[in-house]
Design a protein around this ligand. Structure first.
Ligand code: NDP
Ligand code: MG
Length: 383
């Protein structure tokens, strides 16, 4: 029995994790969880699993739920500290981090200090502070298991391999909602159009990140840290069917790939069952003959400028990826609120990066300060 804490339980990854946990009641137990403000969905999960500890975002929601569940053995808390308490909850072995944004960083670091295995969906954590998270994991002897489908694919391809034999990581990209549009056609696209992803149903922020291709950029940085791979040895390959989830080329030129129908429960479950595999509840097997063909294209860095920004920031290093991430989070949320146009997301990230003076090997305090300052800087053009 693995005892799990799930951060971001009401989100897209969170609910699919719930599905995996519910599918294997003899293997997994939900001991602690967190959510933001989606009380209806949160209560459904609490009623089903009766976890010992629930962290929520706001005080009012916390008080309301504490009253409602006063006769049960469920404890509630709120705010940033509550998220950390959920991540470090006693007896928990594995923390699934499925919150969105750099708010996931501190709980991850604290969970590592408490020797919890980390199943990481929250990519912003590794982008904003990859060196701290990976050093911490090494220091405390903790596994960082990828949940993102591309990184899970690479991780699966690497089982039993010696890292010195890896030549190149090839990360596949669906191309997002606007993959069939030219750049000139993107000036007036709407939020609704951007949220309509062809292959995956995901949270709003990552769906916009897929449309700008920043998602792939964040994944390149995530891969750099998870697999200790120089940026020069990471490629992005457009593959619109999302059947090949990523590939690894070895020095003998052999290439391994991991394939499957697009279903996030596969990488989520693999992170939870690792190093074992379990049957996937109502999993669909891949029928390649029905597809007939798979398509591939080289990534175009002028069409998708965010991809270029991500590679640039990763190579520059220090605090630059923190700036990339914070500027992107602010710009995407402004776009989702209808305050800026789609292509302005790129402009704001570019301006924030150009304005920043890099600090090498930043501490947690510096990262948090740069994150805050970048958000303020980007907000100053929005308002
Ligand atoms: P969602 O927006 O669907 O869910 C986010 C979750 O985090 C919700 O439970 C939300 O609560 C909670 N949350 C949001 N803000 C806060 C906050 N400030 N404090 C505490 N909790 C908060 O996101 P996704 O599930 O799509 O994505 C989660 C992470 O996983 C992201 O980093 C994303 O990039 C990554 N990822 C997602 C994939 C996907 O298929 N969706 C694939 C690969 C990676 P509530 O809704 O209750 O307010
Ligand atoms: Mg992904």
């Amino acid at each position: 029995m693995k005892r799990i804490s799930l951060l971001g339980a009401t989100g897209s990854i969170g609910l699919q994790t719930i599905d995996v946990i519910a599918g294997h009641p003899d293997q997994f137990e939900l001991v602690a969880m967190s959510f933001g403000r989606n009380v209806d969905e949160g209560k459904k999960i609490i009623n089903k699993f009766l976890p010992k500890f629930v962290a929520v975002q706001d005080k009012e929601i916390c008080e309301q739920l504490a009253l409602e569940y006063s006769s049960q053995d469920v404890h509630f808390s709120f705010g940033e500290q509550a998220l950390i308490d959920a991540a470090t909850y006693e007896g928990v072995e594995i923390v699934v981090n499925a919150v969105v944004g750099s708010v996931g960083l501190l709980p991850t670091l604290k969970a590592i200090e408490n020797k919890k295995t980390i199943a990481l969906a929250n990519k912003e954590t590794l982008v904003t502070a990859g060196h701290l998270v990976t050093e911490h994991a090494k220091k405390y002897g903790v596994d960082l298991l990828p949940v993102d489908s591309e990184h899970s694919a690479i991780f699966q391809c690497l089982q039993g391999e010696n890292v010195r034999n890896i030549e190149r990581l090839i990360i596949t990209a669906s191309g997002g909602s606007f993959r069939d549009k030219k750049r000139a056609e993107l000036t007036e696209v709407t939020v609704e159009q951007a949220l309509n992803h062809p292959n995956w149903s995901m949270g709003a922020k990552i769906t916009i990140d897929s449309a700008t291709m920043m998602n792939k950029g964040l994944e390149v940085i995530e891969a750099h840290w998870l697999f200790n791979m120089p940026y020069e040895n990471i490629d992005v390959l457009l593959h619109k069917e999302s059947i090949i989830h990523s590939l690894v080329e070895f020095r003998d030129r052999s290439v391994m790939a991991q394939l499957g129908t697009p279903d996030m429960r596969v990488p989520i479950q693999y992170a939870l069952s690792y190093p074992d595999r379990f049957p996937l509840p109502q999993g669909k097997s891949l029928q390649l003959w029905e597809l007939g063909k798979l398509h591939f294209e080289k990534a175009d860095f002028e069409r998708y400028r965010c991809l270029q920004f991500a590679f640039d920031s990763g190579k520059i290093g220090g605090t630059m990826p923190t700036v990339l991430n914070a500027a992107n989070e602010e710009a995407v949320s402004a776009f989702l609120e209808g305050k800026i146009k789609f292509l302005q997301i790129e402009d704001f990230i570019e301006r924030a990066m150009a304005n920043h003076r890099v600090i090498g090997q930043p501490s947690l305090d510096i990262i948090q300060e740069v994150d805050k300052d970048t958000r303020k800087y980007v907000q100053s053009f929005i308002s």
